[in-house]
Design a protein around this ligand. Structure first.
Ligand code: NAP
Length: 215
């Protein structure tokens, strides 16, 4: 598949992009500045010369892609989605956005009482299929393709077929994805981010994660 990663120049988007490229997907690193997207894409190509990785501005990336992946800070979510606007129409949008406050990302509830993923759905409208995933996957080890990720990806969305596509993307990136039900459950996945950051700080580690047992 062709994956456009919006804000793919950051550690989370570039790390996921590298893993998807290693699995054989075509990855476009999107940025507000095409040159920055191209620069990060060439850095990823150094790590994975055989990878089909390119860079562009966010809008061109979405136009060329089957699936868009949103990896910008929460504060940039609405503006980025409005900027790419109609190019998303009919496509699958995987949102990785986790609203956290700074410094040290203490727990933070959105004033709307909703998840950032539900807010994203409201911004893009019902013509775009939104699935939330990867909120609990730290960027720290993503670019080490040999590193075995010891955690699950919580996948929330309202359409079973769309979640199946994202569950496959989880496998392609080296994770077990778990279907966690409706998009509104993304509130929990997003809330876990502050919790996992706290665990990282308290235990002086970098990659606290979450596993669903009993499946
Ligand atoms: N880092 C993690 O470990 C981690 C883990 C789980 C989830 N997440 C979530 O994944 C998302 C990305 O995380 P990250 O650490 O990679 O973020 P980041 O480095 O802060 O930002 C990613 C990219 O977003 C773009 N961006 C930044 N500010 C922007 C603005 N005001 N308007 C438009 N675009 C802007 C930038 O790309 P350009 O300058 O190239 O446009 C930037 O490189 C966040 O929502 C985060 O909560 C992160």
């Amino acid at each position: 598949m062709v994956l456009a990663i919006l804000g793919g120049t950051g550690p989370e988007g570039s790390g996921l992009g590298l893993r998807w490229a290693a699995a054989g997907h075509r990855v476009i690193i999107g940025s507000r500045q095409a040159e920055k997207g191209m620069r990060v894409a060439s850095e990823l190509k150094e790590l994975l010369p055989e990878g089909n990785i390119s860079g562009s501005d966010n809008l061109s990336a979405v136009k060329a892609a089957d699936i868009a992946v949103l990896t910008v800070p929460y504060s940039a979510q609405e503006g980025t989605l409005k900027h790419v606007g109609l190019a998303l129409s009919g496509k699958l949008l995987v949102t990785v956005v986790a609203p956290t406050s700074t410094p040290k990302s203490r727990a933070w509830r959105l004033p709307s009482g909703k998840s950032a993923a539900e807010e994203a759905q409201e911004t893009v409208g019902q013509d775009v299929r939104v699935v939330a995933a990867f909120q609990n996957i730290g960027a720290h080890n993503l670019k080490d393709l040999e590193y075995e990720m010891d955690c699950d990806v919580l996948v929330c969305g309202n359409n079973r077929e769309d979640k199946k596509i994202v569950l496959d993307l989880c496998s392609d990136a080296g994770f077990r994805g778990v279907n966690c039900g409706a998009l509104q459950n993304a509130t929990v996945a997003e809330g876990l981010v502050s919790l996992l950051i706290a665990v990282n700080i308290i235990y002086k580690i970098k990659d606290a994660g979450i596993r669903i047992t009993g499946i």
